[in-house]
Write a new protein. Structure first.
Length: 278
């Protein structure tokens, strides 16, 4: 793809450790934790979690103890991501599949909050507080020539970033369409959340570009990542590679897309590349 066909918001360049949209999703949670008097933060993630990596970095810089409830087993060697988390002071608590599936349950979260005396952040920073921080992204979705974007595209996991951005754009009276590319084979869960929570009808969600599900990176995506590496635009295999793949495919299907003013949001997560052979 010729990058002149669109603009790219490089959130990956904000910080080497607190990368991309993660810092925005954590802002509201940090404020709630302070308001409620908590001095420890706890959240959930897999062995290559960008979210836990960013949370550990925030905890280290702000001198706030952090706990990561990790999907996996303590006898398995740590991934580079978890090694980083541990080095930054995060206490790792491993949960088997049966236990980890409870991470969305209020009773389980309350149990952990009591046991660790910690403010509990949903997996990936999701929730109203995560959306609140992501509303700040709207100020970065402005063209230098003052013309509004027609569409802003984002890769989607929980959908928190897109929902926060859409609410801010709607409040500003923007006609910009929010376009999500689902990185997860979630059987329509994200679509249902968006139908219930999007502030307007001016959005679109692509559910067909996840390449088999979360964390799946077939050869076609690896080739795309290598191609963009040559253009000095590193992508991560889990989210942004799928975003750029979807945009390229839609350019082929809808040539009029090239005439629109489009912004692609690079949501960071490059530390996760270490889990893949690229």
């Amino acid at each position: 793809m010729n990058l002149s066909a669109c603009d790219v918001l490089r959130l990956d360049q904000i910080d080497a450790q607190i990368s991309g949209n993660k810092v925005f999703k954590l802002l509201g949670h940090l404020q709630r934790a302070e308001e409620q008097g908590f001095t420890k933060l706890l959240s959930f993630g897999g062995p290559y979690s960008n979210h836990l990596h960013a949370l550990a970095a925030v905890g280290e810089r702000l001198d706030i103890p952090t706990v990561g409830v990790v999907r996996g087993y303590s006898h398995v060697p740590l991934t580079p991501t978890l090694e980083d988390c541990q080095a930054m002071g995060m206490a790792l608590v491993f949960a088997d599949k049966k236990t980890y599936v409870q991470r969305y349950l209020a009773d389980y979260q309350q149990q952990l909050a009591t046991e660790y005396k910690a403010y509990v952040i949903g997996e990936g920073g999701q929730g109203a507080s995560g959306e609140e921080g992501c509303e700040l992204l709207a100020r970065y979705c402005q063209r230098s020539d003052s013309l509004p974007y027609d569409e802003v595209w984002l890769a989607v996991g929980t959908g928190t970033t897109a929902l926060g951005l859409a609410k801010a754009l709607h409040r500003q009276g923007s006609q910009c369409r929010v376009v999500g590319v689902n990185a997860v084979a979630d059987q329509g869960e994200c679509l249902q959340r968006w139908q219930q929570n999007m502030p307007s009808a001016n959005w679109q969600l692509f559910d067909q570009y996840h390449h088999g599900g979360f964390g799946k990176c077939p050869e076609v995506l690896r080739a795309l990542i290598q191609r963009y590496d040559q253009q000095d635009l590193p992508l991560d295999p889990v989210y942004t590679a799928k975003l750029f793949w979807a945009y390229e495919q839609q350019l082929l299907l809808d040539p009029e897309l090239a005439e629109k003013r489009v912004l692609l949001v690079h949501s960071g997560g490059l530390q996760g590349r270490r889990g893949f052979s690229l």
